[in-house]
Design a protein around this ligand. Structure first.
Ligand code: SF4
Length: 80
């Protein structure tokens, strides 16, 4: 599944650079593009944005549920 940044976001910008897929855009709150988020599957063992987020505001997206295989295929589609 993709992840979602909720309204607890403080716009700190910590997550943007952590994303291997450049899926995060600045805003209020910041936004994760579900078409680009692989939950870091393919690049890291766990979601990097969640690791660096000081506000604990990155949650599972309720509308984008994908298997690990689907996330890995998405990652390879993005990175060739
Ligand atoms: Fe990017 Fe990974 Fe966060 Fe998804 S979980 S937005 S791929 S850092």
């Amino acid at each position: 599944m993709a992840l979602l940044i909720n309204d607890d976001c403080t716009d700190c910008d910590a997550c943007v650079e952590s994303c291997p897929n450049k899926a995060i855009t600045a805003g209020t709150p910041y936004v994760i593009d579900p078409a680009l988020c692989t939950e870091c599957v393919g690049a890291h063992d766990e979601p990097q944005c969640r690791l660096v987020c000081p506000a604990d505001c990155i949650v599972d997206h309720p509308d984008f549920r994908e298997s690990k295989d689907q996330l890995l295929a998405k990652y390879h589609g993005l990175h060739g």
